[in-house]
Design a protein around this ligand. Structure first.
Ligand code: SF4
Length: 181
C-alpha cells in the first residue's frame, strides 16, 4: 500500500486522520492530479536566486523501495545531493516532526528518483523564515518507522483512538465524522 507524504504528516498529527480519510474521504486524488500536472517553473528559479542546481516545483516523485510518494513544493537537484523544500503558511516557531516527516518523505522519494543522496530538508514559513534540517540516519530511521506504523494502521483498518489534545481537533476537517464512530 503506497503511503503519501501528506498522509504521514496527518498521521503524526493524529493517527486517526488517515483511517477516516481512507474510509470516508478521497485518499489519492491530490496526488494523481499532481502527477498528471507535473511541471517545472524555470522562471520562479530566478525569484529564489538559486544557482548550480535544477529546480523541480510540485514534481511527483516516488520511491519503489519504500512504496511512498510525494509532491514536494520544491526539489533542488545538485551534482551530488538533493534538497527538498516545503512551504508552510502557518508555521509558528520550529516545525513539528509531522511537517519535517512530510518533507523527508519527499526527500526519500527524490533521492531514489534522481539517484542522489538527500542531505537536508528546509521548511519555509510564509514570512520567509527558513528552518534547515540535516537528515541524519536517526531522523531517517524515525520517519521510516512512522511510515511502517501508518501502513500497518491502514492495513488493519481499525480506528485508532481519538487524541487527548482536543485543541488539535478544532483544525481537523474530519471532526464531524470522527465524533460519530
Ligand atoms: S477530530 Fe480530533 S481525534 Fe478526530 S481525527 Fe480529527 S484530530 Fe483526530
Amino acid at each position: 500500500m503506497k503511503i503519501f507524504a501528506e498522509e504521514l504528516r496527518q498521521f503524526i498529527y493524529c493517527p486517526r486522520i488517515p483511517f477516516l480519510r481512507h474510509n470516508f474521504g478521497t485518499r489519492t486524488s491530490t496526488y494523481s492530479m499532481k502527477k498528471g500536472e507535473t511541471y517545472h517553473q524555470v522562471k520562479t528559479k530566478r525569484k529564489y536566486q538559486l544557482k548550480d542546481c535544477q529546480t523541480h516545483y510540485q514534481h511527483y516523485v516516488e520511491s519503489i523501495t519504500l512504496d511512498i510518494a510525494a509532491v514536494p513544493d520544491l526539489i533542488l537537484v545538485y551534482d551530488d545531493h538533493v534538497i527538498v523544500i516545503e512551504h508552510k503558511r502557518f508555521l509558528l516557531g520550529k516545525p513539528h516532526f509531522s511537517v519535517i516527516s512530510q518533507a523527508i518523505v519527499g526527500g526519500l522519494c527524490a533521492e531514489e528518483q534522481f539517484g542522489l543522496p538527500l542531505k537536508e530538508v528546509r521548511i519555509v514559513g510564509f514570512n520567509g523564515i527558513t528552518y534547515k534540517i540535516i537528515v541524519s540516519s536517526q531522523l531517517r530511521d524515525e520517519v521510516v518507522s512512522a511510515i511502517r506504523e501508518l501502513r500497518n494502521s491502514l492495513v488493519e483498518n481499525t480506528p485508532p483512538n481519538p487524541i487527548k489534545n482536543k485543541k488539535k481537533c478544532h483544525a481537523c476537517e474530519y471532526q464531524n465524522i470522527c465524533w460519530t464512530i
